[in-house]
Design a protein around this ligand. Structure first.
Ligand code: HEM
Length: 449
């Protein structure tokens, strides 16, 4: 048997291979086949030199053990992005497209030590108060509403019409958003992620969340926003706005992609054969092999340090590739042999996702509702024509066109006996003074019949 190591195969069209420079994690080549890039990056060793956007350099950890080591060593590797040397020294422009994801904000994701503990405890304790049955009910209602909108057509984009919308609706309800604030939250988050007028979208989102904080100070409800406010961490208004915005942003995009990537898997892998019992398995396989957040966990060494065979300078940007770590040859072999080692789709260590249980539950309920309502749903286009969105951080489809037997109109009445969503603070506009045109307003109208 030939045991010579095989030469690393560069991903098709990878410009770094020709130039000997950093491997770009942006552009259509990476979006089309990230695993080819990860296979190539592994030849550098546990860490590799990458570029996140033109001119934005980073070190990417691709090896599972090295990734775990970094995520658990919060003395050496810090989260506070005010340490980011390239931004501080002007080598990256503040309007670079990756800056909104990576730049410092006063929330738990970008804090270390005691401050992190305080903010994170407030977040986890408040999310832990969400009752599982209520979450299933809220998700079920949002699913029912969205399916009622496209079901009679017999075709839909399961991304744009469903996976993308559903988390927004669930969050509005969990946070107790009244109609007008909820509409602006939906507008802000969608604009931010779609990059359409993103600056304005961020402004609208923070404005709406600020109003929500003021509203809940005056009239607390039975919702996450009010519980966060009542927490013993005693968050001030600015801290409230930033933790709520983090929950909305950190929750929506990966949740949309967890639903979308799992639906994609169910519709393209015969092994699951659309059987209800296998949705759980498809979701876990997605977390292993096609995780919604493929590269993130930005960290900055507190001092110059040796790591994974190379020297990292203080304040240099280091990211973890959850997708590469999960699919490395050693881990794949261990997984096939029945090892209990966990995947890194939720990250690990002190900054691991604090909401994996609700995120799993929302995703499973959304997917089950869809297959229950549309049992013969199938992909409407060839699999290889599907387009994945570009970008180094998230992994998600641009669209997921599907077809199914059309639902008959009129068979899906709005739920009765619930005049105004209690979480939304009852009828939000009893005098009808404001125009109810946004999607959240329409949902609330549908709910109340
Ligand atoms: C209910 C929905 C979700 C909420 C509210 C949520 C919230 C959060 C928050 C607040 C953090 C920061 C924690 C900290 O720094 O201490 C976080 C981190 C993280 N979440 Fe989630 N999340 C949700 C869904 C998801 C999903 C679906 C995924 C993908 C499988 C995911 C993957 C991650 C990862 C990888 C991190 C670490 C990111 C980093 O260190 O840069 N989350 N999440």
């Amino acid at each position: 048997m030939d045991t010579r190591p095989t030469a690393p195969v560069p991903p098709p069209g990878c410009p770094a291979h020709e130039s000997g420079g950093r491997v770009p994690l942006h552009g259509p080549g990476f979006a089309a086949d990230p695993q080819a890039y990860y296979a190539y990056l592994r030849h550098y060793g546990p860490t590799a030199p990458v570029e996140l956007a033109p001119g934005v350099e980073a070190t990417l950890v691709t090896d599972y053990s090295a990734a775990l080591h970094l995520l658990q060593d919060s003395g050496t590797f810090r989260k506070d992005a005010r340490r980011w040397r390239d931004l501080n020294e002007g080598r990256i422009s503040p309007d670079n497209p990756v800056v909104p994801v990576l730049a410092y904000r006063p929330n738990c994701m970008f804090s270390d030590g005691a401050e992190h503990l305080r903010l994170r405890q407030a977040v986890t304790d408040s999310m832990a108060r969400v009752d599982q049955r209520r979450l299933t009910r809220i998700t079920g209602r949002a699913s029912e509403y969205l399916i009622s909108q496209f079901g009679p057509r017999g075709s839909a984009d399961l991304l744009g019409d469903y996976a993308k919308q559903l988390p927004l609706f669930v969050f509005n309800e969990l946070f107790g958003c009244p109609a007008d604030i909820g509409d602006r939250v939906l507008f802000g988050i969608s604009g931010m992620f779609d990059g359409i007028n993103a600056e304005r979208a961020v402004e609208v989102l923070f404005g709406a969340v600020g109003e929500l904080v003021a509203l809940k100070r005056a009239r607390p409800g039975d919702d996450v926003a009010s519980w966060l406010m009542q927490h013993q961490a005693a968050l001030n208004d600015e801290e409230m706005v930033h933790q709520l915005a983090l929950l909305l942003v950190a929750g929506n995009e990966p949740l949309r992609n967890l639903i979308g990537n799992t639906l994609h898997r169910l519709l393209t892998h015969d092994a699951y054969a659309h059987k209800g019992g296998l949705i759980d398995e498809a979701l876990d396989d997605t977390l292993w092999e096609n995780p919604p957040m493929q590269n993130l966990a930005p960290h900055y060494p507190a001092a110059d340090t040796e790591f994974g065979g190379q020297v990292l300078r203080a304040g240099e940007l280091v990211l973890v590739s959850f997708a590469a770590a999960n699919t490395g040859p050693d881990l794949t072999a261990a997984r096939e042999a029945g090892s209990s080692r966990a995947h890194l789709a939720w990250s690990a260590g002190p900054h691991a996702c604090p909401s994996k249980e609700p995120a799993r539950q929302i995703s499973l309920t959304a997917i089950e509702s869809l297959f229950n309502r549309l049992p013969d749903v199938e992909l409407a286009v060839p699999e290889d024509s599907l387009i994945w969105r570009p970008g180094p951080f998230n992994r998600g489809l641009a669209t997921l066109p599907a077809r199914f037997t059309p639902l008959r109109k009129g068979l899906h009445p709005a739920p009765q006996g619930n005049p105004g969503s209690p979480a939304a603070g009852g009828p939000a506009d009893p005098a009808g003074k404001r125009e109810r045109v946004g999607r959240w307003s329409q949902f609330l109208n549908w709910l109340t019949g």
